[in-house]
Ligand binder design. Structure first.
Ligand code: BES
Ligand code: ZN
Ligand code: ZN
Length: 509
């Protein structure tokens, strides 16, 4: 997809489809009035005849029959500003590209919406991210591309800028916005792809290879893969226990991003991003139901998001050192699978009594968090499809945030708000810890029936040595079984945009 900057008149651009945004309850903007005028009021007449309301995601398409050079005009409803959860410019571009695709429009123009309240560089970046994400599809496993009579890919997107916006967005600024936008969208796309890959393709080893491919050609990124032998010699018993029922060997993938530093610069903060990388979760001997297991190739969405973030860092260049740790394994049944009742010691030295082999995420994360502490991370952030309980509590759109440092939690919630990813804090209620007391070991891997998501978070907190810590339970929003609005079917890439915002905010300090 190519992007073109243009300050041509709204009504004279020759494209297959010209998209305009409408906000519910607001009057039409400059672009709308110009196009409606050139069409002698046909647009506003159709809107009233059809009873069209610009609710979020509602679109209206009209053919122009040669009255203006654009063959079609698409009106994209953005709903009411009070209900916006995602940046409206991004939503506009995503919906426009999705519609263009289904209408086989290859050349499209997006009229700069008055709505959005972003400065032109950020606004252009959001439009480009939205357009790129609207074009997303996962079809590498299909023998025939779906680029057929039903849909086509959008080749070129022109951003039509009013004069005063064009002045604030000269060509060089536009190119920077495009480079940044492409990097952010590619991070989300990578995360989506990894989640959508089936577990027979995306094995722990394949995940490690993808990480190596991400680092390839970027001197700021290094990768180390700890294989089974290395995990044994490090003493990562918890990750190994989960892996022992699988024929696929586990790995701990460790990427490091180090920005170039000036000689006399103060030391940079060190952030560890830990992503649950269970490439398939059968539940182990505490086996899941058929329905419960159906989507468990997605249980590495945390690792996918972290890898997506790392892929964008060489372009965005935040001034922080980032360690990415991806504990990767399957959770399977079999003659050598770990058992309920087993007691296992991991890297941190604590003994854990396994009472449910399906609570495996916290085990693999515990070893990775302990490793991050050893690496000297100043703060630890993990992303994990950890508990069904979290999506029961918050719904499928919202991730749960848990933290032992309110200020860090607030910074990440703020980044999520800007990125348009919904996130809600749940309490790290220490009173529930007693539910995880074991009669034979230091702790059990599961507690009582109530507060399951909180117990998962409390378990992880045992392994961070009181360092600033945020746990994000993304079991709800990581994957959508059906397409919904701007979200495609499948992996969502949830978390990538939030973490990128957060890391960039560290630079601005
Ligand atoms: N991977 C699952 C959590 C999950 C469930 C993610 C549904 C996405 C959708 C996790 O390993 C798991 O099985 N958790 C258990 C924890 C329980 C045994 C304490 C759960 O949620 O039931
Ligand atoms: Zn599980
Ligand atoms: Zn799991």
């Amino acid at each position: 997809m190519e992007f073109v900057r243009s300050s041509e008149d709204f009504a004279t651009t020759a494209v297959d489809l010209l998209a305009l945004a409408l906000v519910e309850g607001e009057t039409e903007d400059e672009a709308f009035r110009a196009v409606d005028g050139a069409l002698e009021g046909a647009l506003s007449r159709t809107i009233s005849e059809e009873g069209y309301k610009p609710r979020e995601g509602a679109t209206l398409l009209i053919h122009t029959h040669g009255r203006i050079p654009a063959a079609r005009v698409l009106v994209v409803g953005l709903g009411k500003p009070s209900a916006w959860t995602e940046p409206p410019l991004r939503v506009f571009a995503t919906l426009a590209v999705q519609t263009a695709r289904s209408r086989r429009s290859r050349q499209i123009a997006l009229a700069w919406p008055a709505a959005g309240e972003l400065a032109p560089p950020e606004g252009a970046e959001e439009l480009m991210v939205g357009a790129l994400l609207g074009a997303y599809r996962f079809e590498r496993l299909k023998s025939r591309a779906e680029d057929d009579e039903r849909s086509a890919s959008v080749d070129a997107v022109t951003l039509l800028l009013p004069k005063e916006v064009a002045r604030k967005l000269p060509a060089a600024t536009f190119v920077t916005a495009e480079t940044r936008g492409r990097a952010r969208a590619a991070g989300v796309t990578l995360a989506r792809d990894l989640v959508n890959e089936p577990a027979n393709v995306l094995t722990p080893r394949a995940l490690a290879e993808r990480a190596q491919a991400v680092a390839e050609g970027h001197p700021e990124l290094t990768v180390e893969v700890l294989d089974r032998a290395a995990l044994v010699s490090e003493g990562m018993g918890l990750l190994l226990a989960v892996a022992q029922g699988s024929a696929e060997p586990p790995a701990l993938v460790h990427l490091t991003y180090t920005p170039p530093v000036e000689a006399d610069a103060a030391p940079l903060p060190v952030v560890a991003l830990v992503g649950k990388g269970v490439t398939f979760d059968s539940g182990g001997l505490d086996i899941k139901t058929r329905e419960g297991m159906e989507t468990m190739k997605t249980d590495m969405a945390g690792a996918a998001a972290v890898l997506g973030v790392m892929s964008a860092l060489p372009v965005l260049r935040p001034r922080v050192v980032v360690h990415a740790l991806l504990p990767a394994t399957e959770n399977m049944t079999g003659p050598s699978a770990y058992r309920p009742g087993d007691v296992i010691r991991g890297l941190a030295g604590k003994s854990v009594e396994i009472l449910n082999t399906d609570a495996e995420g916290r085990l693999v994360l515990a070893d990775a968090l302990a490793y991050a502490v050893r690496l000297g991370a100043d703060e630890l952030i993990d992303l994990a499809t950890l508990t069904g309980a979290c999506s029961v509590a918050l719904g499928k759109y919202t991730a749960g945030l848990f933290t032992n440092r309110p200020a860090l939690g607030q910074a990440i919630l703020a980044a999520a708000g800007e990125a348009g990813e919904s996130m809600w804090e749940l309490p790290l209620d220490a009173r529930l810890k007693k539910e995880m007391r074991s009669s034979v070991a230091d702790l059990k891997n599961v507690g009582g029936r109530h507060g399951g998501a909180i117990q998962g978070a409390l378990f992880l907190e045992e392994f961070v040595e009181k360092r600033p810590f945020v746990h994000l339970d993304i079991a709800g929003p990581a994957y959508f079984p059906r397409a919904e609005g701007t979200r495609p079917q499948g992996g969502s890439g949830y978390g990538v945009l939030t973490l990128l915002r957060y890391l960039e905010s560290r630079t601005a300090e």
